[in-house]
Write a protein that binds this ligand. Sequence first.
Ligand SMILES: *Cc1c(COP(=O)(O)O)cnc(C)c1O
Length: 366
Amino acid sequence: MSHGALLTIDLKALQSNWQSLAKLAHPAECAACVKANAYGIGLEQAVAALVKAGCKTFFVAHESEARKMPPAEDGIRTFVLNGVPEEPNGYEQAFAVIGSFHDIRQTKRFAANDRRQINVALHFNIGMNRLGFHPDDIEVVKTELGPLNPILIMGHFSSSEDRASSATELEIEIFARIRAAFPDVPASLANSSGHFLHPIPKYQLTRPGYALYGGNPTPHLPNLMKPVVSLSAPIIQIRQIEPGETVGYNSLWTAKRPTILATCSVGYADGLPRSARGTDLAAGGAGFVADIRCPMIGGISMDLTVFDVTDVPEALQIEGTMVEILGPHQSIDDLAASANTIGYEILTRLGHRYTRIYLEAGSGVL
Ligand SMILES: *Cc1c(COP(=O)(O)O)cnc(C)c1O
């Protein structure tokens, strides 16, 4: 075995999460957002597993991601969220999600070249002010479409995971108005957290991402999703320091007792957030050995992180012991919280130097 860190991706858990969400979405279809390399876990592996579980519709951000999708002939369709592909044949593989008059003009150029109708999704801005047509422009959009044929109407929540926010209710209302203007076109609103609203804004298609990968879509409640990603790194050096000695660049952490340090070969270049570091002023994140919490101390370096393993059984205070960074003791949401970020960022920054182990997908219904 290499002495590198291990990133384990449980494709069966991914399938199970999709099936749980698909049950909630029923009778609507449940799609899957696989943008950003399927939130860091690997687009090709994730899509193959999701297709086996029954998923047929996918959302990616860019045309380059759409090109990695299985061909449309397999009954799989892909929507490209960030607009119009550079090349007309992008449409053979995927449908553009368009949300501006610029997008309409760009897409129509391809229609002129091909002399045919082009299927698109229309994205309306319901509150994020990021992408999408203004709801007041519905009628102009309709007259401008010409050869563009809407096969999906979309909106996107700004804060559906936040029970305290009043935005969601308003966004649901705005989207209902938009949908009423396109009564015959399938619609899609819910992201992961949208599956846990009451009532669920199902429409015809839901678009979960984060929850598929084990993120908690209901942060105020225990996570109903199965963890997909686990990460552990081996200890490559052990040392003992005395009270008053410091650890890492700029001496940010000072020992208050005789302390056993474990240095692991994983760092911010592998996606560990630097903000998870423990200093004399703030606690920071941790790893786990044999159920014992081992604080990350003294800063996270590019390729190395130091853990305080003083409280770990002595037999495990040795080179080669694996320190759990993501796993049963620490979820992606936990690690994110200790680094003052969100689990989405933890996932999408997972590095490329890990030994990646894919636990095999099941075939069909689990
Ligand atoms: C990323 C994304 C989603 C999925 O959101 P999650 O919170 O990850 O479930 C859905 N719709 C759009 C437009 C997105 O960009």
